[in-house]
Design a protein around this ligand. Sequence first.
Ligand SMILES: [Zn+2]
Length: 224
Amino acid sequence: MNPLAAILQALFPAVCAACGKVLVNGERHLCVDCIASLDESHETLSAQQLLAGLLPLQAAMSPFRFRKGNTVQKVVHAMKFRGNSELCLMMGRQMGLELLHSGRFDDIDLLVPVPLHWWRRLQRGYNQSELLCRGIAEVMPREINTSAVVRHRYTRQQSLQPGASRAANVDGAFRLRHPDQLAGHHVLLVDDVLTTGATLSACTDALLAVPDLRLSVATFCIAR
Ligand SMILES: [Zn+2]
C-alpha cells in the first residue's frame, strides 16, 4: 500500500456495511463474521413454490433469507439506501455462485434486472438489481439487457406498503419497449428481495407478451 493510501485508511478506515466494525486486511465491504452469518435460505424451492401459483416459470431461486434484524436485512439496507454499489456487485457474485451450483439455470442466456423508474434510479444513483446482474455475470457470463422492459409508472416503496396493497401499487407499472430483444431467449429476471411476489408478477405480466420467451427468476433474498 502506498503511503498516501495508508494515511487515508488510518484516517477513514473502511467499515463493515452490516455491523460497522473496522475491516481488516483482505476484508471488503463485509467482515468475515457477517459473511458467515448471512442466513442461507436452505430451501431453494421456496421461491419456486411461492411464485409457482403466480407465474409460469422454468426455475426460481432466492439464496438468502431476509429476517428483521438479521445480517441479510442490513446488507439489503446498505445496497438500497446507503449507496453501497460495490456491495451489490459482491452479493451478485454470491448469487452467481449459487445459481451455478444449483445447475438449474445453465441454459439462461439473458439477464434482465427488474427496472427502476428513472426518477428512483436518479435518486439512488444506480439500480441495485442491475448491479446484482453484473455480479452474477462475473461468475456466470451472460448478456445483460436493461432496455427491453421499463418501469414507466412511479410507484411507492414496496417495502412500506402493507401486503394487501402491494399488487395494486405495482399493477401495470412495467411496459415492454423492445420485445424483439427478448424473443426466443431464456431470461433470468433478477431482483433484490422477494416478499409477496407482486413486483415480479407485475414485471412478468409485461414480459409474457414476448413471443417464445422462457422465464426464470432469481432474487438475492426471500422475506417469508
Ligand atoms: Zn460485520
